[in-house]
Design a protein around this ligand. Structure first.
Ligand SMILES: [Zn+2]
Length: 287
């Protein structure tokens, strides 16, 4: 099916964790987890950005306690010129050309670059914004949120997804229902926002139809592709971060079933899977 959609992946910085956190048995040697981002070009809606990655503001927001704990537990690395607005500029895409920005959830490594896109409509699940606005400061930090990364002005930019009614099996033409539900964002069967509850409040992904294939941006529904392919579970310490661990496990089981039923034409993309992100970045624009 012709959709006219193009997609390109980026990474804007990375954090490090001991390997065993996401891959039990892999020791304490720090492992890199890139902050993956996708830029989608839609024939009518223009440029759509999926998440924003790290940004120098992350360091500013974590100078004092308790926020400083976040940066100590999850050290962030971002080289000069590596934040997403700067990377887009090298492709001659000015930040004002980004009309739509989708936030998969409000963890700091997904929203830090928000400040650079004052002209975009910010699309998200309302539960994510509600959490960051209402949780107390300690709980926010404990769960991986830095409220200062949502600029005051951004409150006029938000738009919310609220109707997830299509089982993704019907989009991917699978032989059984999956139990994960999506919304046809622009009503043209090209971009489907998928409710993926559990990891964080209002956590969502994006299923993108290309001409002969799909890209399924999973955000943090799992951290590594092997969590789906080889059923590897993250360490219990990582579960502490989860908004709702039972919902997280349920979403992961459904994604594993979906992965089993799909062929190679569906690319599953966890935001922090170095191998997956690097492979797809090397392809440049995909259509
Ligand atoms: Zn997250």
């Amino acid at each position: 099916m012709q959709t006219g959609i193009k997609i390109r992946l980026f990474k804007a910085g990375f954090c490090t964790h001991p390997g065993f956190i996401v891959l039990p048995g892999s020791g304490i040697k720090p492992k890199k987890f890139p902050a993956g981002i996708a830029l989608i070009e839609h024939p009518k809606a223009g440029y759509v950005l999926f998440d924003t990655g790290y940004h120098p503001d992350f360091h500013k927001s974590t100078r004092s306690f308790p926020e400083r704990f976040y940066a100590m537990v999850t050290p962030c690395h971002l080289d000069h010129g590596e934040n997403i607005a700067e990377q887009l500029q090298t492709l001659d895409i000015h930040h004002s050309a980004i009309k739509h920005l989708l936030l998969s959830h409000f963890h700091a490594d997904h929203i830090a670059g928000l400040v650079d896109f004052p002209d975009a409509t910010i699309h998200c699940h309302q539960a994510g914004l509600d959490y960051i606005n209402t949780a107390n400061r300690i709980n926010r930090v404990r769960k991986g949120y830095l409220k200062n990364l949502v600029p005051e002005k951004a409150n006029q930019q938000f738009s919310f997804f609220d109707s997830f009614t299509i089982d993704i099996a019907n989009i991917l033409d699978l032989k059984e229902q999956i139990g994960l539900y999506a919304q046809d964002w622009f009503h043209d069967q090209s971009l489907y926002v998928v409710n993926l509850p559990g990891h964080a409040a209002g956590h969502i992904g994006l299923l993108i139809r290309l001409e002969n294939s799909f890209v399924f941006l999973l955000a943090d529904a799992c951290w590594l592709k092997d969590s789906l392919a080889k059923h590897i579970d993250q360490h219990w310490i990582a579960n502490i971060l989860s908004d709702d661990h039972h919902a997280y496990k349920d979403t992961l089981q459904k994604l594993r079933r979906c992965y089993e039923l799909c062929d190679d034409s569906v690319k599953f993309v966890p935001s922090h899977c170095e191998e997956t992100i690097a492979n797809l970045m090397a392809k440049g624009w995909m259509s």
